[in-house]
Design a protein around this ligand. Sequence first.
Ligand code: SAM
Length: 221
Amino acid sequence: MKSWRERARHMIDSQIRARGVLDSRVLSAMERVPRTEFVPEELEPLADFDGPLSIGRGQTISQPFMVALMTELLALPERTRVLEIGTGSGYQAAVLAEMGMEVVSIERIESLANSARDRLARLGYPVLVIHGDGCLGYPPKAPYGAVLVTAAASRVEKAWTEQMGTGSRLVVPLAVEPGLERLLVRVKTVAGFRDGWSEFCRFVPLLPGLGEERPEEDGPS
Ligand code: SAM
């Protein structure tokens, strides 16, 4: 059986670098974070597969290419404080922490928040995991140098842009039609906001409030 590092190198070369994500800080962090630790045991053989995988509660760990692309799009300066909406398994948060970022991550499903918090602590990643509604952001740690939303949003929440510092970026999969999103990159400048668009994608929905619903349904990224 190959080690995670060997499997990760192959995944990165064939699925991520080959598709245009070239930021070496992102790629080397993804090589070091064992995705195997963030998926259910029976799915470990698929951890280097470039697709979302079920993590229970109807939720998914995102596709590695999408994790890499969204992280690259944040264009993070060193030691940025990043707010992630949608902790899920904690994998994206671990990649950010591995890059030296200070990470605050919010998850609305309590059991996922608890297991991600435990997993991240066991693996040595100092991530603050909050059980809460990410639509409200997390004011106690604002302003953030970046905000990353890892669920499909129908709009940009005011709380996210209010909690961004000047010069910071928001990356969010924004619904463009039913079942299809596109990555919006919004930069907060002294003069206002500047928007750009990246790839089309599919994510599980951002839902308001707290919840445990959709027990074992499968979904997209
Ligand atoms: N970033 C995750 C990872 O690395 O495993 C994958 C995120 S998964 C695609 C989307 C997550 O967003 C789910 O765990 C879901 O419960 C969560 N979510 C949806 N709406 C939310 C909200 N309003 N606040 C916080 N989390 C939310």
